[in-house]
Design a protein around this ligand. Structure first.
Ligand code: SF4
Ligand code: SF4
Length: 346
C-alpha cells in the first residue's frame, strides 16, 4: 500500500468509526510507546502491531446537569460513565476491529479492562495477582494508559488533573483503543491552542484534595515531556463515591456498607452510597474538579471548539451540610442505614 492509499484507508476508517458512534478518532504509530514502562507497553500485547487507534466518546454535558443542580446523580454514573464504558464503547471498538480483520489484519478491541491489570493505581505490581509467563515479559495483564494513548494519537493535551483535555469536549471524554497490525497514517501530536493553562480549578474543586497543587509527575511520551499534578488515587476512590473518613474514632459512619469509618462528604446528599449502575456508577462526585470545574474554566476562556448556547456553570457549586450527621442518623428509623442489604456492599 502506498502512502496515498494508506491516507485514504485511514480516512475511511475514521469515518466508519465515527459512524459507529465515536466522537473522536486518532492514530498513534506504535513507535510513540517507546520508553513506556514495561507493564504499560501495548507492544507486549501485540508485538507486530503497527497502529494504535484511539477512539473518544464524549460525556454529554446533559449527563452532568443533574449533579450541577444537586438533584439527579444517577445519570452521570450510568449514561456518562458506565454505559459509555461498558456498552457503547465495546460495540464501536469491536465493530471497528471486525472491519479491520475483514481486511486480513489482526485487531484487538480494547475498552476498559483495568480490573484485570497487574499493577495498581500507583503503578506497583499487585501482590499475589499474577506473574510473567516467561522471563523478560511483563506480568499479565498489561495496562495500557488510555489517556496517554490519547495524547500519543493527537487527541489533546494531558492537563494538570491528568485528564486528557480535548479541544472539542475538554476532559469530558472516555477512551477506548484498537491495536492492530494494519499500518495507518499517524496523526500529529496535538499542537493547537493551549488547553490546560494551569488555572488549578480542578485542584480547588476536587472534594478530596486528590489532585496535588505542587507535587508533580513527569513522563516523556513521543519526545514530549508531560507533567501533571500528582493524583492520590486512594483519596479519589473514596471521595468520588461521596465518602470521607469520620472525624474521630468515637464517631460511627454508615456511608459505605459494612465499614463504620466512613460518612458522606459535602458533595454527597446520600446517607449511604447508592448501588452501582452499569458495573461502574457511584461517581457521586461527578468529577467535580477534574471534569466539571475544568469544563467551566475552559469554557470561560473560550478554548473549546464545541460551543453551547448556554454556559455550563450557571451557579455557585452547592455543598451539603453534614455537620449534624451523627444526630441525623440517630433520628432515622432503625435499620435505615448500615444494614440495608438492598444496597450493594462496596
Ligand atoms: S482545571 Fe485548569 S489546571 Fe486543571 S486540568 Fe483543567 S485547565 Fe488544567
Ligand atoms: S473524580 Fe472527583 S475526587 Fe476524583 S480527582 Fe476528580 S474531582 Fe477529585
Amino acid at each position: 500500500m502506498n502512502r496515498t492509499e494508506r491516507r485514504q484507508l485511514t480516512d475511511d476508517i475514521k469515518r466508519y468509526t465515527k459512524a459507529e458512534g465515536a466522537d473522536l478518532v486518532g492514530i498513534a504509530p506504535m513507535s510513540r510507546f517507546e520508553g513506556a514502562p514495561k507493564q504499560m507497553d501495548p507492544r507486549y500485547i501485540m508485538p507486530d502491531a503497527k497502529s494504535c487507534i484511539v477512539v473518544g466518546f464524549r460525556v454529554l454535558r446533559g449527563s452532568l446537569r443533574g449533579i450541577e443542580e444537586g438533584t439527579f446523580f444517577s445519570n452521570y454514573s450510568s449514561m456518562g460513565y458506565g454505559a459509555i464504558t461498558y456498552t457503547f464503547m465495546p460495540v464501536t471498538v469491536n465493530n471497528l476491529s471486525r472491519n479491520i480483520e475483514d481486511m486480513g489484519y489482526e485487531a484487538i478491541p480494547m475498552g476498559h479492562m483495568s480490573d484485570w491489570r497487574a499493577i495498581d493505581n500507583e503503578g506497583k505490581l499487585r501482590t499475589g495477582f499474577s506473574k510473567p509467563v516467561e522471563q523478560g515479559k511483563p506480568a499479565p495483564d498489561i495496562m495500557v494508559h488510555l489517556r496517554l494513548a490519547g495524547f500519543a494519537a493527537g487527541l489533546g493535551e494531558i492537563g494538570w488533573s491528568k485528564m486528557l483535555i480535548t479541544p472539542e469536549f475538554g476532559p469530558a471524554v472516555r477512551l477506548g483503543i484498537v491495536l492492530t497490525e494494519l499500518e495507518l497514517e499517524p496523526d500529529p501530536i496535538y499542537d493547537g491552542p493551549q488547553l490546560c493553562n494551569r488555572c488549578m480549578a480542578c485542584v480547588k474543586a476536587c472534594p478530596g484534595g486528590a489532585i496535588a497543587g505542587q507535587k508533580t509527575v513527569k513522563v516523556n511520551i513521543a519526545g514530549h515531556e508531560l507533567e501533571w499534578g500528582e493524583i492520590d488515587c486512594k483519596k479519589c476512590d473514596l471521595y468520588f463515591r461521596g465518602g470521607k473518613p469520620v472525624d474521630s474514632s468515637g464517631e460511627k459512619g454508615h456511608y459505605i456498607f459494612g465499614k463504620e469509618e466512613y460518612k458522606p462528604n459535602e458533595i454527597s446528599p446520600f446517607y449511604q452510597a447508592p448501588p452501582k449502575v452499569y458495573n461502574a456508577g457511584k461517581a457521586i462526585c461527578g468529577a467535580g474538579g477534574c471534569t466539571r470545574s475544568c469544563i467551566a474554566s475552559l469554557e470561560k476562556r473560550d478554548v473549546l471548539t464545541k460551543k453551547f448556547v448556554n454556559k455550563f456553570r450557571r451557579k455557585k457549586p452547592w455543598r451539603v451540610d453534614w455537620s449534624n450527621y451523627q444526630e441525623e442518623v440517630a433520628k432515622l428509623p432503625e435499620g435505615t442505614v448500615g444494614i440495608n442489604t438492598e444496597l450493594d456492599t462496596d
